[in-house]
Design a protein around this ligand. Sequence first.
Ligand SMILES: Nc1nc2c(ncn2[C@@H]2O[C@H](COP(=O)(O)OP(=O)(O)OP(=O)(O)O)[C@@H](O)[C@H]2O)c(=O)[nH]1
Ligand SMILES: [Mg+2]
Length: 303
Amino acid sequence: MNKKTQSKPSAEDQVFDDYSSRKINWFPGHMNKAMKNILNGIKKVDIILEIRDARSPLTTGNKALHEKVKGKSRLIVVNKTNLADPETLELWRAWFDEKKEPYIFINCFDKGSMKKVVSLAKKVVDEKRGEERSAKNKMKMMIVGLPNTGKSTIINKLASRNATKVAAKPGQTQVQLWVKINDDLELLDTPGVMAPIIDSYEQGIWLCALHAIPDKVITPEIPACYIVEHFLKKRSLQFKEHYKIDEYKDDLIETLNQIAVSRGCVRKKNEFDYERVYQLVLHDFRKGDLGPVSFGIPPKAKK
Ligand SMILES: Nc1nc2c(ncn2[C@@H]2O[C@H](COP(=O)(O)OP(=O)(O)OP(=O)(O)O)[C@@H](O)[C@H]2O)c(=O)[nH]1
Ligand SMILES: [Mg+2]
């Protein structure tokens, strides 16, 4: 431990002990209402587009919602592929293939992949419509998913205008909003909804790191330390260069100290300002500046 350190981040104890005894859940009242509104709106649409985060495609699904919409046409849209580890994405691709459920991987800033979303959704709807198909060319899609997965951004990209508000934080969309793309296509934007129960504490931390859960729900040091530990274990070159770390030390606190020094997060009396380090790490990570990342691998996959 560096002698300069006067206060030790409590996350050291909190993050790396027994995860099994803890849970992170975030299902406030407005989400219950949003979930009910989604269920009420289902009859009005031809297909549900479920947006997920490519950095954790299973954990950013919503089992509770799936159960309730069984039988409805659904397309899983795994978004933000530009932020995910390409090797792990391939494992996920194989996993989704096995599930035999329609899915598509996209980076919604890429125009080509947005066109593919619409044509695949249409294919799924047409398959279900069967005989009726020729009579109906119009399609209404409902966009659902966890907060901050990119639902509204996808709608804006399809509309080629700022039809609905987006933000780099969860909870931006508060009410449902219809957006007309053209005479044949209408989209329904919905507020982000979490699953009422998150399976494990570690998955809860992933969702905080990915900013599906707002920072007010748990202290930011927990996801921030988790992220640092993740890159430390990977010996990530991009992380090392980003924070100008000379040499990796096998220690979380040492690494936090290295970041504090290189980013000037040192208070007077040589005390490290860990709060600023945590904010910095979360900000840089969420922007994608620390390099591609994946939390978790598909069940049964070996890496
Ligand atoms: N790098 C990257 N960022 C994306 C992508 N899609 C969306 N984003 C960013 O993710 C953030 C959240 O986007 P929104 O569209 O507001 O997310 P949302 O799912 O509508 O969020 P809520 O309304 O809170 O449920 C914004 O900062 C977007 O710029 C993507 O494919 N790649
Ligand atoms: Mg939104």
